[in-house]
Design a protein around this ligand. Sequence first.
Ligand code: FAD
Ligand code: MLT
Ligand code: ZN
Length: 474
Amino acid sequence: MNSPLRHSPAPDVLSRFAAIVGDKYAITDANDLAPHLIEGRGLYHGRTAMMLRPGSTAEVAAILKLANETRTAIVPQGGNTGLVGGQIPFDGELILSLQRLDKIREVDAQSNTMTCEAGVVLQKAQEAAAAVDRLFPLSLGSEGSCTIGGNLSSNAGGTGALAYGIARELMVGVEVVLADGRVMNLLRKLKKDNTGYDLRHLFVGAEGTLGIITAAVLKLFPRPRAIETAWLGVPSPEAAVKLLNLAQSQLAGTVTGFELMVRGIVEFALKHGHNVRDPLSSPHPWYVLMEVSSQQAEGLRDNVEEFLGNAIEQELVSDATLAANLDQANSFWHMRHTLTEVQKPEGGSIKHDVSVPVAAIPAFLAEASDAVVKLIPGSRPVPFGHLGDGNIHYNVSQPIGADKDAFLARWKDVNAVVDKIVLQHHGSISAEHGIGKLKRDSLPKVKDPVALSLMRDIKGLLDPNGILNPGKVL
Ligand code: FAD
Ligand code: MLT
Ligand code: ZN
């Protein structure tokens, strides 16, 4: 029988791990560990005896081989921006930080690919693509600190998914270290490669439970020659859905962003955000941030202006401002990307990252708000998100003046009410953030039982000793 999994290894085992990376990169100092044990919103706290910072795939392989032999539990961590607690060692597991694997191995503009190590920060990858006149379109509010390995492991979505796809669709090849230390090299640049089972995608969205991603080949796109960014006041989510459909069918360019926000969350941003101002002169119940891109340098602005004129006539848009320059466009996106942060000063916030078919968004929003406010009178739903992907961050802030802990104690009650409505609309309780620790108990309630059983079989096959991110996902 296998010996039990060790969450807090003995000193002699710790020394063997430290010897692989060298003492400098085997972190044990409490101050150095602290930022890696808590996630940004302060929702999850963990503990560990050591964080390992390998500098190569070979070192990652040696760490996993030893972890497997000694049954030592490991939690992989990239930029620590995940929102479901997947990257936190809740029970003394060792942290395996991928941040030192930060080389961009190759940018191949002709093949439209880029080979990045797992610890490359997303923004650096975007910049490297731009330097050769290409676009790497994954875009998240956390892009200044999240990493390619974390993006793939959480199968991140973000604001560009509408036009370019989620992280899974942006990955062409991958290098993975398996739980027993073997390295699987699928770092191909090929769109077409039908040589048996396609194993690459098993590791995307696996949240570090099946293997450690050490590098990936990513897909690049031509850089748009013209981009127009509009901030729109809209009367309702119904109008926003119609507007999206109209834009996708009528505009000469491609709709590359379509974000919905309720007035309440914009008010939080205006109150608590840095350098945030209302782009419109009067308030509107809902807002859309729309971005349209074109490969034609000329003509897009006229086209978008004409489109917005029609949309106002059809009462789908109440007021509109089209960014006059890049700074203004950036200020619209800054407002959008600050929405995670500005909920904090309003007290407790109960989160949902859900998706429903796009057409069902208006009904979902209306039903969820009714049910939540009935459950906790005075609570303040502040939904926002990626309308074009049917993905809403249905977050609920506490009633003004309420006790934060008492409100947060209702987390599961509120989830139950919202998730029920999501399921009635044939949606998903985790659209883009993953399962991690946060939704682990909910997964068996929503996943097809055959699929769940296959997932457990795959986990057993790839990680028979359960060393990789135990207690997450399954
Ligand atoms: P981490 O948080 O370090 O880890 C995430 C998960 O992946 C964990 O389970 C971890 O164990 C695992 N992991 C990390 N690296 C590896 C690896 N190399 N191999 C195997 N497993 C690994 N997410 C979205 O999808 N869309 C958004 O729009 C979005 N916006 C955000 C905005 C803000 C302000 C913040 C704070 C977060 C946002 N996120 C969003 C969530 C988060 O940024 C993403 O999930 C991101 O992809 C995580 O990357 P990371 O490097 O920080 O990973
Ligand atoms: C976003 O779209 O801003 C994020 O996914 C972050 C969040 O849900 O807070
Ligand atoms: Zn999001």
